[in-house]
Ligand binder design. Structure first.
Ligand code: ZN
Ligand code: ZN
Length: 412
């Protein structure tokens, strides 16, 4: 990746943070790891850190952008309705047996931008259906899991298109490592402090028990009803298997479950959404009784409309998240074309599947009980950014009282 000794050392620290903070991998626990081939330097470091932490077996599954493109450029039409369901079934089996899950991301965010959106959507849908048994175990937080990222050359070229490759990679690496809080002497201790600060926010929100949040900003006037018995989460949290982990490295958000039938008004995106290799920008949608009834985008509208038609739950919200405009990722001013980073730069909402952990006693609730409380169900979960320095948010209590939550993009 780089010859810079600071960045090489940061990669060692990121591996340590991924295993000890992100996963909190337990003695004897197996690990399923997915990554692009370019991320091998990090894969190897994480594998070593995992075995040092007492891992049972680390199983890496690598992907390659050239192989992905070879399919779109050469496969017959029927190929695009296929997905490796046997592989995902095996992953689901591993998680059932308490394997931890680590994803390294870093693929070219616009890899499929030039491909037929119809085929991209079909392949994405087939993949979502096949992936569902494994994704459910992650979304239900049955096991400890985390996502970290690696600065690949292809990603760096998208983020810093005007820089020579080596410079772009070093600049992206610095931005990623800084946001991931590993550019300091003791990243594990730094994360302990950060998690404590996020816990203060969730404690306050859980004490308020808001009935709804009212978002107001340029192009946005949206009331998001919150699910009954919703619970706010942020930073470290405890999976059903009892392990406390940090599912996202980095993370700046606190988030909960909206009510799938109580979202009304209009909302405009504030950052482009990079979705399965395509870019969707300038999203404007109108919600009525929880459902998107009008949708447009200045870029990638066809991809957006296909996404909304994925299934019944794709037009309803599964997550609402608060991130101050002053978050380090927002302040970096970099558009990463990657949800893991960009969602931590701004308040966001997600279409599709809700997180069952965002309910009081969520781990014990059946899908029917979650639905009865307003939790949405879908094979997709797609976050998009609605926050900015101009966003005001009021919390609305049961009796209609309004409490300022955000003013001009910051905690009120
Ligand atoms: Zn989120
Ligand atoms: Zn999300």
């Amino acid at each position: 990746m780089t010859t810079d000794p600071v960045l090489t050392e940061a990669l060692d620290k990121l591996a340590e943070v991924a295993v000890r903070v992100g996963l909190n991998l337990q003695e004897g626990q197996d690990l399923v790891l997915t990554a692009p081939v370019e991320a091998l330097p990090l894969v190897r470091r994480i594998t070593a850190a995992a075995y040092r932490a007492g891992a049972g077996l680390v199983t890496p599954i690598l992907s390659d952008s050239g192989i992905a493109l070879a399919r779109f450029e050469n496969a017959n039409d029927a190929s695009f309705d296929k997905a490796a369901d046997w592989l995902y079934a095996g992953m689901a089996e591993a998680y059932k047996n308490n394997a931890a899950r680590l994803a390294i991301v870093g693929e070219d965010p616009m890899l499929l931008a030039e491909q037929d959106p119809e085929k991209v959507a079909r392949a994405g849908k087939a993949n979502s259906i096949a992936y569902k048994p494994a994704l459910e175990k992650i979304a239900n937080f049955d096991i400890n899991w985390t996502i970290v990222s690696y600065p690949t050359a292809a990603w760096a070229a998208r983020v810093f298109p005007d820089l020579p490759e080596a410079e772009a990679v070093e600049k992206l690496a610095t931005a990623l490592f800084s946001a991931s809080r590993v550019l300091n002497d003791d990243p594990v201790a730094n994360w302990t402090g950060h998690n404590a600060a996020l816990r203060e926010r969730t404690k306050w929100l859980n004490g308020q028990r808001f009935d709804a949040l009212h978002f107001k900003g340029p192009g946005t006037d949206l009331v998001v009803g919150l699910a009954e018995d919703h619970e706010w989460h942020g930073g470290a949290s405890t999976a059903t298997n009892g392990v406390t982990c940090n599912p996202n490295i980095p993370t700046e958000e606190v988030f909960t479950t909206p009510h799938s039938a109580r979202v009304d008004g209009v909302v405009r995106s504030t950052k482009p959404l990079s979705h399965q290799g395509s870019l969707i920008d300038g999203i404007e949608v109108r919600f009525e009784a929880g459902k998107i009834v009008e949708a447009k985008a200045t870029k990638g509208e066809a991809v957006l409309l296909k996404l909304l038609d994925s299934d019944e739950g794709a037009r309803r919200l599964g997550e609402v998240a608060l991130v101050p405009h002053s978050s380090p990722i927002s302040q970096s001013g970099v558009l990463f074309y990657n949800t893991l980073y960009d969602e931590n730069a701004a308040c966001h909402i997600a279409l599709g599947q809700c997180y069952s952990k965002c309910f009081l006693n969520g781990g014990d609730l059946s899908p029917e009980e979650i639905a009865a409380r307003g939790g949405n169900s879908s094979m997709i979960h797609v976050d998009w950014m609605i926050g900015s320095g101009e966003m005001d948010i009021d919390g609305i209590l049961q009796d209609g009282t309004r409490v300022p939550v955000f003013r001009a993009g910051e905690w009120a």
